[in-house]
Design a protein around this ligand. Structure first.
Ligand SMILES: NC(=O)c1ccc[n+]([C@@H]2O[C@H](COP(=O)([O-])OP(=O)(O)OC[C@H]3O[C@@H](n4cnc5c(N)ncnc54)[C@H](OP(=O)(O)O)[C@@H]3O)[C@@H](O)[C@H]2O)c1
Length: 288
């Protein structure tokens, strides 16, 4: 099965669909789920120092038996304890993950780094050293990106943000900014309209698109899959997760489904714009 990809500004290629070790696996042993996700067909694993489970992610990757070169691994920089460097933190992650390099290393939260320019200079240095193939950010708003782009040698390749139809309106300025600077966007929380905010205005349009795709493909296409296709249509990588093996297969099948039509995408945009729900990084609502 060929897996849809997103190509970053530095030419590296990211599998569009990733399995994450945060949320329900936060501070939990993720080894079994990571190994199951890889077995189900995920080739991109998303983790973070903050999730406090990189060691079990490393164990899951090793247990999968899939060669390193066939996998794409993302981790994220947590706030740095006094006296430690970005390099110290990444070397520690690599040890836990049992890897020589990661594919993507992201600054997890702008608000956790009082001197963003200095943090970014250190990010550039670990990329130059080959400890990561690409560097990027997460939960960054335009004003945070402004700070690091001023004087940056390397433009962040990625901004990983919470995104789904209920953040369509609120996220547009970030998407416009990223497009202008060729920063690719990846999204977590893509399934929130179903998993956390069911009963809202997007429900009927998701159902309608799922019915159309089911009829066209002869397979049962679910509303979750439609939400993931909505991200793919926008060229946004999808960082998802599940504790249930059957859902892992449901997500991976999205790789084989056709795109939403322009009209379906627009209908979902418009329905999503009628509500606003953010789960993570709620400091964004306070303009921090
Ligand atoms: N950068 C950041 O700040 C940040 C923040 C949050 C998350 N993340 C990353 O993104 C990953 C995914 O995050 P996410 O959990 O927000 O992803 P998501 O794709 O929005 O949601 C996944 C959740 O949806 C549930 N789900 C799927 N289909 C469902 C359905 N039909 N009905 C009800 N629930 C359904 C799953 O529950 P089951 O387990 O029951 O299947 C799973 O817990 C994390 O693991 C982490 O790696 C990053």
């Amino acid at each position: 099965m060929s897996i849809p990809t997103v190509t970053l500004a530095n030419g590296t290629v990211v599998p569009w669909l990733a399995f994450g070790s945060g949320t329900s696996l936060w501070q939990q042993d993720a080894s079994a789920q990571v190994a199951s996700a890889i077995k189900a067909g995920f080739t991109h694993i998303d983790t973070a120092q903050m999730y406090a489970n990189e060691d079990s992610v490393g164990a899951g990757i090793a247990a999968s038996g899939v060669p390193r070169t066939e996998l794409y691994i993302t981790t994220k920089l947590d706030r740095l304890p006094a006296g430690t460097s970005v390099r110290d933190a990444l070397v520690e992650s690599l040890k836990k993950l049992r890897l020589d390099y990661v594919d993507q290393f992201l600054v997890h939260m702008p608000v956790d780094h009082p001197d963003l320019k200095q943090t970014w200079r250190e990010m550039e240095a670990v990329q130059a050293e080959g400890l990561t193939k690409a560097i990027g950010v997460s939960n960054f708003q335009p004003k945070h990106l402004d700070v690091i782009l001023d004087g940056a040698k390397v433009v962040p390749a990625v901004n990983q943000v919470e995104y789904n139809p209920y953040l369509f309106k609120a996220t547009q300025p970030v998407l416009d900014y990223c497009k202008k600077h060729n920063i690719k966007v990846s999204a977590f929380g893509g399934l929130n309209p179903i998993s956390r905010f069911a009963g809202g205005p997007v429900d009927p349009v998701l159902k309608k698109a799922a019915a159309r795709l089911s009829a066209d493909t002869g397979k049962t296409v679910t509303e979750s899959q439609v939400l993931q296709l909505w991200l793919r249509k926008k060229g946004i990588a999808c960082i998802t997760s599940s504790s249930k093996p059957e859902r892992l297969s449901e997500y991976v099948v999205v790789n084989t489904l056709p795109d939403l039509t322009d009209a379906e995408e627009r209908e979902i945009d418009q329905a999503g714009a009628q509500a606003h729900h953010r789960v993570w990084a709620t400091w964004i609502e306070e303009g921090l």
